[in-house]
Design a protein around this ligand. Structure first.
Ligand SMILES: *C/C=C(C)/C=C/C=C(C)/C=C/C1=C(C)CCCC1(C)C
Length: 268
């Protein structure tokens, strides 16, 4: 492509129309190689989810108008998660369509921003109803980073895959402890109104079962003796579906409690 873009102006300058149009033709051929195929389900899933993420972003940002001031930050964060993921999915689709693979390691670029933001949502929804100590925020943040850095070091082969997996699992366990039995879980059980408690427990289930898909993917990709490249294709579809649950549906749970609590406050 670089060659063609250099040749074309040169050919035009020299007035060699023939070479110019050959260059244009070959450009069209090169471009058609990177067009989505009708039966490319991985590519199609990247494309559909990109659009769903963009639509969700617009939705979360617009719906800020509907909720009371203390719930607005939660919706902003939901919208930022889907925005970052949308940009990432556009890029991943391109990589997939042009190269036929998308290494899982690329996903950590998205996760490094979106997963801490998702985790902070627990802190934010509790903060909307009561005073929450900063320690809750930091524990959620640190647990998330340990989980992601551990996984990354394994997938990118800076660390042996097993120790890296154990570090990542420890980070996830730490988060789960905090939201079930730790301070965040206790504040929810003690101070939250029923609607918030129900949202909190749905979000917790998502972090338990929806998030479990990624370490299971890591396990089958690296720890069962499979070649990660061979499993990468099917893993892409699974990870994509997981992201819809963990980013869009998670945001909708928060949106729903934000709206119901805001309307509740008006009626009171
Ligand atoms: C939107 C993206 C999300 C919610 C991604 C979540 C990713 C995880 C929960 C990853 C977890 C992992 C472990 C628990 C062990 C080590 C390997 C990881 C990083 C895949």
């Amino acid at each position: 492509m670089i060659f063609i873009s250099k040749i074309k102006p040169l050919a035009t300058k020299l007035g060699i129309a023939g070479i110019g149009s050959i260059a244009v033709c070959s450009e069209a051929v090169a471009a058609s190689a990177s067009v989505l195929k009708q039966d490319d389900f991985v590519g199609i899933s990247f494309w559909i989810i990109s659009m769903a993420l963009v639509a969700s972003t617009v939705f979360f940002f617009l719906e800020r108008d509907r909720v009371s001031a203390k719930w607005k930050t939660s919706l902003t964060v939901s919208g930022l998660v889907t925005l970052v993921a949308a940009v990432h999915y556009f890029y991943m689709r391109d990589v997939w369509v042009t190269t036929g693979s998308t290494p899982t390691v690329f996903r950590y670029i998205d996760w490094l921003i979106t997963v801490p933001l998702l985790m902070i949502e627990f802190y934010l929804i509790l903060s909307a109803i009561t005073k929450v100590p900063a320690g809750v925020f930091w524990r959620l943040m640190i647990g998330t980073l340990v989980m992601l850095v551990g996984g990354y070091l394994g997938e990118a082969r800076y660390l042996a895959v097993w120790p890296a997996f154990i570090i990542g699992m420890a980070g996830w366990a730490f988060i789960l402890y905090e939201i079930f039995a730790g301070q965040a879980g206790k504040i929810n059980a003690k101070n939250a109104p029923p609607a918030v408690q129900s949202a909190f427990s749905t979000m917790r289930l998502i972090v338990t079962f929806g998030w479990a898909i990624y370490p299971v993917g890591y396990f089958f990709g690296y720890l069962t003796g499979n070649s990660p490249d061979a499993s990468a294709n099917s893993l892409n579809i699974i990870y994509n579906a997981a992201d819809v649950l963990n980013k869009i549906a998670f945001g909708l749970v928060i949106w729903s409690v934000a709206v119901s609590e805001s309307e509740h406050a008006v009626v009171k």
